[in-house]
Design a protein around this ligand. Structure first.
Ligand SMILES: NC(=O)c1ccc[n+]([C@@H]2O[C@H](COP(=O)([O-])OP(=O)(O)OC[C@H]3O[C@@H](n4cnc5c(N)ncnc54)[C@H](OP(=O)(O)O)[C@@H]3O)[C@@H](O)[C@H]2O)c1
Length: 311
């Protein structure tokens, strides 16, 4: 295993830059959305359409990834319920064609009841968790999240990695287990959005990058992701855990991301074992929706698995 400390200074600097890029650039790259956060607006509450495929609950359906997942799911024939604090996505016009098939709910996933109440309505075929935040308050950078979030999501006073990632996902897992149990179901699909870097302990050089180069807030970000992964894997057989581990998520219609995306492609191509290839938001969203109906998809899904799910 390589020892990062013994590497030459320039290589070390490169690695540090790569690490920072892994954590910071993805969201920066998604483009700055400086529009004011929408305060209260009427939610589009449609009567749920119980299609044959059933409904998917998307936690964080107003996010950069969440909006794509919602649209993809409707194209695949699912009815969709989205839960997020804002309720409606920031740019409704971009989802105008499919918005009528998506039922947007306003609520906070840190409150388990808000998830339980939705699931109790019945008819669900799967749950997808894509809630997140880049900078939590403890990092001292919380106010910048609005600018670096791909959807302009704003943290509040209690937005920490522990509450936004761990607690919201723990609530969702517990509520989904109850739903599966009450409906005599097993292997009920639950898809969680983790991050490629959560897999660093298993990658050559990964533990050293995390220990010596990763900023403190990234360590806490990854700790929360790993706690969720562990709980989800332990929720079998009631649930079928699917853990998406993307590195940089990008979209070709956001040219600001080309530079970091390019750097990540190069890092992965030259064989840096702790840099996974970026994935488009479309291919990731598609893979996560497809994973719901494919019983053989279980556990961690890296970029190559995401590719396979897109075939
Ligand atoms: N973007 C990347 O390059 C990247 C890379 C690796 C992993 N990921 C992971 O992918 C996931 C999605 O990221 P993204 O880029 O789509 O982020 P994003 O655009 O900032 O979206 C975050 C979503 O979380 C929702 N949310 C935040 N707090 C909430 C709460 N308390 N209750 C309910 N919903 C809440 C937000 O909606 P409201 O603001 O309306 O509440 C928004 O829908 C995250 O888990 C992230 O860690 C992203």
């Amino acid at each position: 295993m390589m020892d990062i400390r013994r590497m030459g200074g320039s290589r070390q600097t490169l690695l540090l830059l790569a690490t920072i890029a892994v954590f910071y650039l993805p969201r920066l790259a998604q483009g700055f959305d400086l529009r004011p956060a929408q305060k209260s607006q009427p939610l589009r509450m449609m009567t749920a359409d119980f299609s044959k495929k059933g409904k998917i609950l998307v936690l964080g359906g107003t996010g950069f990834l969440g909006q794509t997942i919602c649209k993809r799911a409707t194209l695949e024939g699912y009815s969709v319920t989205s839960l997020s604090r804002r309720g409606l996505p920031p740019d409704q016009s971009s989802s105008a064609s499919s918005v009528s098939k998506i039922e947007y709910r306003k609520g906070d996933a840190r409150d388990k009841e808000s998830i339980t109440n939705i699931l109790q309505e019945g008819g669900y075929s799967g749950v997808i968790h894509c809630i997140g935040l880049l900078f939590d308050d403890a990092s001292g950078l919380g106010t910048y999240n609005r600018f670096v979030s791909g959807s302009g999501s704003l943290p509040d006073a209690d937005s920490t990695y522990d509450t936004i990632t761990r607690l919201s996902a723990f609530n969702a897992i517990d509520a989904t287990k109850e739903y599966a149990k009450n409906n005599q179901m097993t292997a009920f699909p639950f898809v969680f959005t983790s991050a490629a870097e959560a897999g660093w302990p298993d990658m050559p050089g990964g533990p050293q990058v995390e220990q010596y180069l990763a900023p403190e807030c990234m360590k806490r970000y990854l700790a929360a992701k790993r706690q969720v992964e562990a709980k989800l894997m332990g929720s079998q057989p009631l649930l079928r855990p699917v853990i998406a581990r993307p590195s940089l998520i990008y979209s070709l219609d956001r040219p600001a991301s080309y530079l970091p995306v390019g750097a990540f492609f190069v890092g992965n191509k030259i064989g840096l074992p702790f840099v996974d290839r970026p994935v488009t938001v479309q291919s990731l969203g598609n893979a996560m929706v497809r994973a719901i109906s494919r019983d053989n998809v279980v556990g961690v899904q890296r970029f190559m698995d995401i590719d396979q799910l897109n075939e």
